[in-house]
Design a protein around this ligand. Sequence first.
Ligand SMILES: Cc1cc2nc3c(=O)[nH]c(=O)nc-3n(C[C@H](O)[C@H](O)[C@H](O)COP(=O)(O)OP(=O)(O)OC[C@H]3O[C@@H](n4cnc5c(N)ncnc54)[C@H](O)[C@@H]3O)c2cc1C
Length: 398
Amino acid sequence: MSRCGAAAVLGAGIMGSSVALLLARRGVRVSLIDAAAEPFAGASRWNEGKIHLGYLYGADPSLATARALIPGGLRFRGIVEQLLDRRLPDAVVTPHGDRYVIHRRSVASAEQVWALAQRISALTRAHESAQEYFGPLEPPRLLSRREIDASYDGDTIVAAIEVPERSVSTPPIADWFVDALHGTPGIEIVVQHRVARVSEHRGQWMVHTQEGSLGPFDAVVNALWEGRPAVDATVGLATADAWTHRYRVSIFARTKRPVDVRSAVIAVGPFGDVKSYDGTSLYLSWYDAGLLVESHDLQAPRVPALSGTDAQRVADETFARLAGIVKGVGDVRERVDTLAVRGGWVYAVGRGGLSDARSGLHRRDRVGALARRRYFSVDTGKYSIAPALALQVADAIA
Ligand SMILES: Cc1cc2nc3c(=O)[nH]c(=O)nc-3n(C[C@H](O)[C@H](O)[C@H](O)COP(=O)(O)OP(=O)(O)OC[C@H]3O[C@@H](n4cnc5c(N)ncnc54)[C@H](O)[C@@H]3O)c2cc1C
């Protein structure tokens, strides 16, 4: 294959931006194209930032999801620090491991989740990149009944497991990515251009946006996330048999004074999470309250900006549902200084709901890059594995 001189990268979330930085540093001229007014405007800025080791996928006993997520999760910190050319400060990383608190209506039993956690722990600890994670990979620990009752509603929570999984605060990391994009020679950032299709003529690619055509390029990387399948179809790349686009929002809060609440995921099913990055910066979600749109169309529908009233409704329901289960959430609400209800699209292969144990949404192993000559289409799958996937794509191109 001839050397790649110019590439179009479609979508400036964590996937497209990581690919753009990697290619530009290898001497490829990159046009990074996005419909939004700035890079990192969607899911990659506004998500929980769990750097998955696979524990969330307690309804996938095959361990396929854990195996798919572990290598990228373990290497996340190292690759991102190289991309950003800075160390991630402690303040943006949760100081403790997460707790999986098992709801009495969980789609996987506490015994199943505990057994899976042991197997995932063994996989992570034996991995060659084990030392690269944020903290030591301690074995999972079952909380005592007394510990459960001290922190959670004992009628709702039947068991709780502490695991070494950490999360990062995604908004500051988004800002550092944008700085890196602007500071890297060879990257042209093309915003407010909505990609409609891609065409090829004699090994050269053109990108057609609603605002005009761009190119020619030697290679194209489609990292459009929710916009990806529709553009793939224009180059004849097959989409999955079934997929779901979901637009989800959550609460990103800052409190005036630190609050004493440990990060917890209410599992397994359509419940919620509380994340405390440094005691004053928090993420709170309740699945049903924050799920605004669900679609199985090839092209995800446009989502209008959330009105103040709708944002308030999501925040009220999220706080109310979580406060009924996690003690300390009431304190968060009382001490809130600033609060944003934000989110983005989630694209996933499969259909069904999280309350159905057989739903494909409980798996995230069928992700990664598909290629047709020098057109690459990447299903990011998760924020946590994007940098490692981007490295694979950049290696394949450059
Ligand atoms: C509420 C929430 C919580 C989450 N929590 C976690 C978590 O804890 N851990 C984790 O690993 N993952 C999590 N995720 C998933 C994670 O956010 C995504 O997997 C990841 O950010 C996707 O990155 P991306 O770069 O592929 O997509 P995006 O960040 O969505 O970027 C895609 C870009 O493409 C642009 N675009 C789309 N269509 C077009 C078009 N036609 N033309 C031009 N531009 C277009 C968009 O404007 C966008 O900027 C969460 C997601 C949400 C919404």
